[in-house]
Design a protein around this ligand. Structure first.
Ligand code: ZN
Length: 459
């Protein structure tokens, strides 16, 4: 057993599996009473009641223990089969020493995630399930930017109300939705279709006990400019009226629930076959029954979990897009040039002394802007000539072109390359070079040379 469990970088849940509780009537009764009590306490804003307060009411012949059951899922909501997706995972990592455009074979830092979660992320980032359209370099850099401090086990994202993460994963009763696959299935589509056919959402909004207008208006406001927002606030009555039109709710439903991919085709069928739907009632119903919440039951656990995961992916998306849109810098920022100091002149060699009178000066800046220092990871490279002698340095900052001082083997195929990745949060504290000098007992055949480099960093 490892010291710490690792968790999916996208949904924040176990990468292995979960524990399923006893289906003995006494165990089921106790677990459900416990979940109901906790849920009621949370709705009141009270702290969670202690699980130890629930007495065991074991029937004759039942074989279960409350201590175990406190850390097990309801067997009527999950099964060994339904948890299998948790073990189907992938990793995104980087091997700085690999060459070529895609450096993902062996790794120094990796981000593991479930295949099903990656499908959701792909949908959010590129609008389809075509994984090939994902720029993995940009995704790796985006995730690197969100790495939490050392004691955290996930990215700095809001994963919703999931409390199982700790040193080891805890199968928290009441959070079964969090370990239900977000992938679409024929069963979930059929369940949704059945509810639509039964007009379950035909309830009047008041009967659902919720009033959504203020929150909805806030959601709309998020997409307005400051001027437009002020203008709309000044005329709040028309704004309110706008939300009363069915067309508004039709638009808002599509806009606010992109994760509900099953709904579009079902609505087309329903619209063809019957009178116009009340999109407001439908939206309010979907919003309520598919809210990822503690103690959730019913047929929509997977959709509620997809909604939660979609929300996590939407938090990650701006970081990814920013990486994609990184502007290529051809010149250093003038402020960098202003503060750059050259302490000494270094001699570049490819094992052969340059012909007399052919010395040239070369200037290389590895950092082009203050933003690169703060937010960009760097692949630091060293190039080695014959006899393992250092002949050049290089740096690839974020998605920028390689910046080289000395030789990098572009014209000299015998030159080899080593590399290490310096994360954006790391700072180089020391660079140690090992210099090999000629043996004093032997005739001099070559000048001293750097034969090893050690880069030390801290975060
Ligand atoms: Zn996941």
């Amino acid at each position: 057993m490892s010291f710490y469990d690792t968790y999916c970088a996208i949904c924040g849940c176990s990468l292995i599996s979960g524990r399923i509780g006893s289906d003995a009537p006494g165990a089921l009764r106790r677990r459900r009473a416990m979940v109901a009590q906790t849920r009621a306490a949370r709705e009141r804003g009270d702290p969670d009641p202690k699980k130890t307060e629930h007495e065991e009411e074991r029937m004759d012949g039942e074989d279960w223990w409350s201590e175990d059951e406190n850390r097990c899922y309801d067997p009527t909501l999950v099964s060994e089969e339904s948890l299998e997706w948790l073990a189907a995972s992938r990793c995104l990592g980087i091997n700085p020493e690999a060459s070529g455009n895609s450096n993902y074979t062996t790794f120094e830092a990796v981000f593991p995630f479930h295949q099903d979660c990656f499908d959701v992320l792909t949908n959010v980032l590129v609008g389809s399930r075509d994984v090939a359209k994902i720029d993995k370099d940009a995704l790796y850099d985006a995730m690197s930017e969100l790495v939490a401090p050392l004691d955290a086990v996930c990215l700095k994202l809001d994963y919703g109300s999931v409390s199982g993460r700790g040193r080891h994963w805890v199968s928290e009763p009441g959070e079964e939705f969090s370990v239900t696959s977000p992938a679409t299935t024929p069963e979930v589509t059929k369940a949704l279709e059945r509810f639509l056919a039964d007009d379950a959402f035909g309830l009047r909004p008041d009967s659902l006990g919720i009033t959504r207008e203020p929150q909805i208006l806030l959601n709309i406001f998020r997409f307005l400019s400051g001027d437009a927002l002020l203008a709309l606030l000044k005329s709040s009555w028309p704004a309110f009226c706008a939300t009363r039109r069915n067309a508004f709710w039709k638009w808002f439903l599509k806009h606010d629930m992109p994760w509900l991919t099953e709904l579009g085709p079902l609505l087309l069928d329903k619209q063809r076959d019957g009178p116009e739907l009340s999109y407001k009632a439908l939206y309010l119903w979907l919003d309520k029954v598919m809210a990822p919440r503690y103690g959730m039951e019913g047929p929509f656990l997977s959709l509620a979990n997809r909604r939660r995961i979609w929300g996590v992916c939407e938090q990650l998306a701006p970081y990814y897009v920013r990486r994609l849109q990184e502007i290529s810098l051809d010149e250093p920022d003038p402020s960098i040039l202003e503060h750059a100091i050259c302490g000494h002149m270094a001699l570049i060699s490819d094992d052969k002394p340059p012909p007399s009178g052919s010395w040239t000066l070369q200037r290389t800046l590895f950092v082009y802007s203050a933003d690169e220092v703060k937010h960009r990871a760097t692949i630091f490279e060293a190039y080695w000539g014959e006899g393992g002698r250092l002949v050049g340095f290089g740096a690839v900052v974020g998605r920028q072109k390689q910046r080289v001082f000395g030789l990098n083997g572009a014209e000299l195929p015998h030159i080899t390359r080593t590399a290490t990745r310096i994360a954006a949060s790391d700072r180089v504290t020391a660079i140690t070079v090992v210099i090999a000098t000629a043996d004093p007992n032997q005739a001099t055949t070559s000048p001293p040379a750097v034969v090893a480099i050690l880069v030390r960093t801290c975060d």
